[in-house]
Design a protein around this ligand. Structure first.
Ligand code: ACM
Length: 548
């Protein structure tokens, strides 16, 4: 070793600890964060307070935190007046919807926000600053009686870059159940993600109870194979399926609400609908005379809904009505991707309808179908109104009849599609197949589970995607945010879903929250090292190759 090499090595050894100290392990990285001297220590007599708020939802945020904190640490945070409190949630109505400030000194912790969501996010950050992830995971700390529950002195001023920070899970291909969804919502909340896009219907399974159409779940939720055939992999003949009752879905809605996550249900119609067609072929199929079954294969089925049948349109309206009752949030996703038109092209009623709407592009039949659903929703009272979201293939039709208040979720050729949507005056969400389809293999290692992709959607590739890159300022307000998607054709069990989605979901969360200028993969990687404890305690599997 030369003297220079020796000095560099010595510098590296000395530099590492101080670097580690400066980088507090918060994900997503806050917009502004300044370390100070000293620590705040929670004790048996630590008192807390929260300002009044209509509906007392700030108090609810504090109480839930205090309950979790006590479960883990054994320390009870009792209430007192603001002046005497060591942890004080202070209302500051001038701040943004999800913004917060967190000021930790050795004497006091003051959290400021305008809305319950801001307080909730401040407390997520606070939990990441604690010496152990056990409060975040909601588990009893090992050796709790000796642990010192401290926070580093710090000033944080934070708010998200984007209002839409989403994750989509496809449960049409495989079904995982309520407890897995709750676990997922917990981790989403820890990363300040705020939209859970629940892909509930597919060619291979319909997963949500619709009371007016019981066969959707009696027939459509079940198929004769657990694995989905593709190439050498053949259907295995196992009876497989499952679905959520409306009560199950309401329970999930409540769980999500407590974590400031809105659920965006998706029924993917009129394509990707073979399970629905198999349930009610008499009015949904383009060729009701033929046999229809819930699909056992991967890919894109040609067995789409006959959009020219008034009973099929009524069916879709009825489904929308029931979804609107179960999911109280502002957005509804009607799918729209990969919808082959061959069956419409061969169907006399569809041919006639296309003429009647004055088009020669069969994609416009799909738009016409959505237009009828949109008008149906527009006639509802205000609290039942929903904004509609579609996959970007609808841009291949004339979207003008749908107006400007629709959102295009851009996945294939995402950057170009999103820009096309924005230039048409529509809203858009960036969920680029490459690299935000986090079901694809996350490394080329032989230990990677069977899935799509070649291992090129690495944590680094996901992290380094730059949303809204080069988009002119006047189009930027149309970009609502970012979303990672998880398609489950190859993934039969929840543990493999988790392995593939973590830690890449953390990387997408940071793109959604942190100003682009502050983002650095090396810095992220360093902060990521603290996450393995959280994943272990919350009992979620994760890709281990980038975490020591
Ligand atoms: C999609 O990946 N088919 C939206």
């Amino acid at each position: 070793m030369t003297l220079k090499q020796l000095l560099v090595a010595a510098w590296a050894v000395c530099a590492l600890p101080s670097q580690a100290q400066n980088t507090l392990p918060v994900i997503p990285l806050p917009a502004q964060m300044e370390r100070a001297e000293g620590v705040f220590q929670f004790e048996a007599k630590t008192k807390v307070a929260a300002d009044d708020y209509p509906g007392d939802s700030i108090a609810m945020v504090l109480d839930r935190f205090a309950q979790k904190f006590q479960t883990t640490t054994g320390l009870k945070l009792t209430r007192t007046k603001a002046k005497k409190a060591a942890l004080y949630l202070k209302l500051n109505p001038t701040m943004g919807y999800e913004a917060y400030r967190l000021n930790v000194t050795p004497q006091k912790v003051v959290v400021e926000a305008a809305r319950p969501a801001g307080f909730f996010y401040a407390l997520q950050t606070l939990q990441q600053l604690l010496p152990s992830r056990s409060v975040m995971a909601g588990v009893k700390a090992g050796g709790c009686c000796t642990a010192k529950w401290t926070l580093p002195a710090v000033t944080i001023s934070d708010e998200p870059r984007f209002g839409w920070r989403g994750f989509m899970l496809d449960e049409g291909r495989h079904f995982y159940g309520k407890e897995e969804i709750k676990k997922l919502l917990d981790v989403m909340a820890a990363y300040k993600l705020n939209r859970f896009h629940w892909h509930l219907t597919e060619d291979q399974g319909w997963r949500i109870e619709i009371k007016k159409y019981p066969r959707l779940t009696e027939v459509g939720a079940w198929r004769n194979s657990k694995v989905l055939g593709w190439g050498e992999v053949k259907p295995d003949g196992q009876r497989y399926g499952g679905f959520y009752t409306q009560d199950d879905a309401r329970e999930i809605v409540q769980y999500a609400r407590e974590r400031f996550i809105e659920i965006v249900p998706e029924v993917d119609i009129p394509g990707h609908s073979q399970a629905a067609v198999a349930s009610y072929p008499e009015f949904l199929a383009c060729d009701p005379q033929n046999a229809h079954e819930v699909w056992l294969w991967q890919g894109v089925s040609a067995d789409v809904i006959n959009v020219s049948n008034p009973k099929a349109v009524q069916f879709a309206k009825d489904v929308v009505d029931e979804l609107t009752e179960v999911f109280p949030f502002g957005y509804l996703h009607l799918g729209g991707d990969e919808c082959p038109t061959q069956k419409w092209e061969q169907n006399a009623d569809c041919q006639q309808q296309l003429k009647a709407i004055g088009s020669t592009n069969y994609r416009d039949l799909q738009i016409n179908f959505y237009r009828q659903l949109q008008q149906h929703i527009a006639a509802k009272p205000a609290e039942k109104q929903r904004h509609l979201i579609f996959w970007n293939e609808v841009l291949h039709g004339n979207t003008a009849p749908l107006g400007k208040d629709i959102t295009i979720m851009a996945w294939v050729g995402a950057d170009g599609a999103a820009r096309d949507a924005a230039e048409r005056g529509l809203y858009t969400i960036l969920s680029p197949q490459i690299p935000y389809y986090i079901n694809r293999r996350q490394s080329p290692l032989p230990t990677e589970p069977r899935s799509q992709g070649n291992g090129t959607e690495t944590v680094e590739a996901v992290y380094n995607y730059v949303p809204m890159n080069g988009i002119p300022a006047e189009l930027q307000p149309r970009y609502m945010g970012v979303q990672a998607n998880f398609w489950t054709e190859w993934v039969e069990d929840a543990s493999t879903v988790q392995y593939l989605m973590f830690p890449r979901l953390a990387a997408v969360a940071e793109a959604g929250w942190t100003p682009q200028g502050l983002r650095s993969y090396n810095d992220f990687l360093q902060r990521l090292q603290s996450e393995s404890e959280y994943y272990r305690l919350r009992e979620v599997n994760y890709g281990k190759h980038v975490i020591k």
